[in-house]
Write a protein that binds this ligand. Structure first.
Ligand code: URP
Ligand code: ZN
Ligand code: ZN
Length: 456
């Protein structure tokens, strides 16, 4: 069995950084400690940080939506992931109306199998809640799908409060957890209709028709449903201060709610929507980018460990695809790329600016998602027995983000030209070097991860 001894680095965990060597044998970490010696290939990582492979628990690869299909499939999406130090993605297998959950899961296995360069797992997004779907739930757990997403908005996906309550009650029996896209569909639908009727069709009307209180109202309602069901839950892609305040109130009231946000809700704001269509369209996502005050409130929540994970909601489209909404913002496919840039952005704007610590960065990008999505301690931590998914991060290097250096297919980077601190030098997936300094070394070796129940 091939052995590698990583010597001289600083191992980062959700308890903090510490100097330690890491011994890997085959696909597993076998020892972590000071001054390890072994008959092994030596990898000198002096001066480098060693993170457990990052997990992006919110991607949409090869998703058919808005009459088109996302620019990134599992081939380009997972290569992009590796370039960002991501060794596991949890993508959303998405049930179309009329389908069974097994249809959706098989569909996603076919998309990912033999095309993935990092490991992968699936949440199940439920769009059609029926008696036969209820009966299928045990089979989902047997196949490693233990987390589910429900939407309070989007014609193709929206469920009513009663259905969400039933799903939560049912999933609780099996130890499952539900994440929710929280936006008030009624208000947003009406505001969009009114905007278009008045000729307000430019991209600037996307955020204007999704005001912050529509997220806060939906968060409050979702958490009331969770309270009624006495079930744990996740608010995904949280974007507003008001939404976070609703979460704090629910937590004080005993609701077990976990929170995910994304780099775009920490680093970008709605000023991007007032420029040209081509520029604004790049940033059209739902929920939309918010105000600087929301960015600051979310950073503050991260600092206080009030947010549990930072994922990306990578859902990429080319500008050509976005132009379907050139004359009507409601037709712009929603979503942005991000899986390849999250870690350097969080290091640059989080750790280097002292908004979060290295400990927190590791918790947010590795350990917490591993626990929340039932992959810990196989993933998310550097310890004996865990998969040897390692990110060798050079804190001394710097870079400039650009679509030109990306493996993604959207053709643009929302952070084009942004200077970053630190660089992902090497990525190991289950003991094999898969990425080094801008190059994919080994492709399509990603495997499906059977997940267990969440650990709170
Ligand atoms: O605009 C977004 N976020 N598109 C992806 C689908 C979703 O709601 O997560
Ligand atoms: Zn969503
Ligand atoms: Zn999403």
């Amino acid at each position: 069995m091939k052995k590698i001894l990583f010597k001289g680095g600083t191992v980062v965990s959700a308890r903090g950084p510490k100097r330690a060597d890491v011994l890997v044998s085959g696909e597993k970490i076998v020892a972590v400690g000071k001054h390890l010696a072994a008959d092994a290939q030596i990898a000198d990582v002096s001066g480098k940080l060693i993170f457990p492979g990052f997990i992006d628990a919110h991607t949409h690869f090869d998703l058919e939506v808005s009459g088109t299909v996302t620019a990134d499939d599992f081939d380009s999406g997972t290569k992009s992931a590796l370039s960002g130090g991501v060794t596991t993605v949890v993508d959303f297998a998405t049930q179309n109306k009329g389908e069974t959950l097994s249809d959706a899961l098989n569909n996603w296995h076919m998309k990912a199998f033999a095309n993935s360069s990092c490991d992968y797992a699936f949440h199940m997004a439920i769009s059609d809640w029926r008696d036969d779907i209820r009966e299928e739930l045990p089979a989902m757990f047997e196949q490693g799908v233990t987390s589910f997403k429900v939407y309070m908005i989007y014609d193709a996906m929206e469920l009513c409060d009663r259905e969400i309550y039933e799903i939560m009650t049912e999933l609780k029996k099996y130890g499952g957890i539900v994440g929710c896209h929280c936006e008030n569909s009624g208000i947003i639908g009406k505001l969009r209709e009114e905007a278009v009727a008045c000729g307000n069709t430019s991209a600037a009307f996307h955020p204007a028709t999704r005001p912050d209180y529509t997220e806060a109202e939906a968060v409050t309602r979702f958490l009331s449903i969770a309270k009624a069901a006495d079930a744990p839950c996740i608010v995904v892609h949280l974007s507003t201060e008001k939404g976070y305040e609703a979460i704090c109130r629910a937590r004080a009231d005993g609701v077990r709610v976990y929170v995910e946000t994304c780099p775009q809700y920490l680093l970008l704001d709605d000023s991007v929507y007032s420029g040209s269509f081509d520029n604004a369209a790049k940033y059209i996502c739902s929920p939309p980018l918010r105000k600087g005050s929301d960015n600051r409130a979310l950073w503050d929540a991260l600092r206080k460990d009030g947010v549990n994970t930072v994922s990306t909601d990578h859902c990429s489209f080319t500008l050509e695809q976005k132009r379907a909404g050139e004359n009507d913002f409601t037709k712009i496919p929603n979503g942005m790329p991000g899986v390849g840039t999250r870690a350097v952005l969080m290091y640059t704007y989080g750790v280097k600016k002292h908004r979060i610590s290295l400990r927190q960065m590791c918790a947010l990008l590795s350990e917490n998602p591993a626990r929340l999505y039932g992959m810990y301690p196989k993933k998310g931590v550097i310890k004996a027995g865990s998969d040897a998914d390692l990110v060798i991060f050079d804190p001394k290097r710097s870079g400039v983000l650009s679509a030109a250096n990306s493996f993604g297919k959207s053709g643009y980077d929302p952070y084009e030209g942004v200077r970053t601190a630190g660089a992902i030098e090497r990525v190991y997936l289950r003991g094999s070097l898969v990425y080094r300094n801008g190059e994919i070394i080994l492709e399509h070796t990603g495997r499906y991860v059977m997940r267990g129940k969440y650990i709170g």
